[in-house]
Design a binder for this molecule. Structure first.
Ligand SMILES: Cc1cc2nc3c(=O)[nH]c(=O)nc-3n(C[C@H](O)[C@H](O)[C@H](O)COP(=O)(O)O)c2cc1C
Length: 247
């Protein structure tokens, strides 16, 4: 099992300790799993999205930040499991993680999705001193779901302290138990790589949506949308969805 591990901050604090604890538990509970790619933000991530929409109007390879974003996207496509380790910053994800997610907006199922995302699993470990977990998890979960990832698990860790050495041992033990629980679920589910129900529903709905938008644009004498051409090339507008080829 290939794992793509993304750490949202590079500061050597609680997030880094939690990441290292996760890797140690993964190695011991699932020895066949390997961290195939690892990225630490902001150093390994892109600059802010400029809003040029080249990824929507053409594709991701037209992005001004493609030298950074494409390797990360391909690493995620190659992985069976995506892992995000992130603190909460002002009740949300840190800006550098949001900047990364913004660059992959064109890969949401509504635009130019990658079928390689279907059937994948993802784990988010979110730590915070006290509050803001729900609103931190939402943007990450939205992206993962709309890329087509099948199962998204999350762990919330309320540290109570910003210095990891001062964090109560009970909190660390509870975190370790939660990590073990999620790794065991991921192990159990790893063979089922069939696309999830919601992703399939979205593909079907968007096939209808793109045909409708195309007709409307034609009536108005507008050029054919790049998303429509992508869906047409893939055969999805005719119902030849990615999972149809699979046994
Ligand atoms: C800019 C900033 C904003 C933060 N916002 C929150 C917050 O909204 N809620 C919270 O419980 N902790 C918040 N924290 C604490 C972090 O989530 C985290 O627990 C703390 O930075 C320790 O992790 P670290 O050592 O990896 O930096 C914030 C920290 C920073 C630096």
């Amino acid at each position: 099992m290939n794992v793509c591990l993304i750490t949202a901050v590079s500061h050597p604090g609680c997030t880094a300790h939690i990441r290292d604890a996760f890797v140690a538990q993964l190695n011991s509970l699932m020895p066949e799993a390997q961290i195939s790619h690892q990225f630490v933000l902001p150093e390994d991530g892109p600059a802010y999205c400029l809003g040029c929409k080249a990824c929507f109007d053409q594709d991701m390879s037209a992005c001004p930040h493609r030298t950074v974003t494409l390797p990360i996207w391909h690493a995620m496509e190659d992985a069976n499991l995506l892992v995000f380790i992130t603190p909460t910053y002002v009740f949300s994800i840190p800006g550098q993680l949001k900047a990364l997610l913004d660059h992959f907006g064109s890969r949401w199922i509504v635009h130019k999705p990658s079928p390689k995302m279907l059937g994948k699993q993802a784990l988010i470990i979110n730590q915070a001193v006290g509050a803001g977990f729900r609103s931190t998890l939402i943007p990450l979960k939205h992206s993962l779901r709309f890329w087509g990832v099948k199962r998204v698990y999350s762990i919330k860790v309320r540290l109570g302290m910003t210095d990891y050495d001062l964090v109560d041992q009970k909190v660390k033990t509870k975190l370790s138990r939660k990590i073990e629980e999620k790794i065991r679920i991921i192990e159990d589910e790893k063979r089922d790589v069939s696309p999830g129900f919601v992703a399939k529903l979205l593909y079907r709905a968007m096939a209808i949506g793109h045909r409708g938008i195309h007709k409307m644009l034609q009536k108005k004498g507008q050029p054919v949308a790049s998303d429509y051409l992508f869906w047409q090339k893939e055969g999805w507008l005719d119902g030849r969805f990615p999972w149809k080829d699979k046994a």
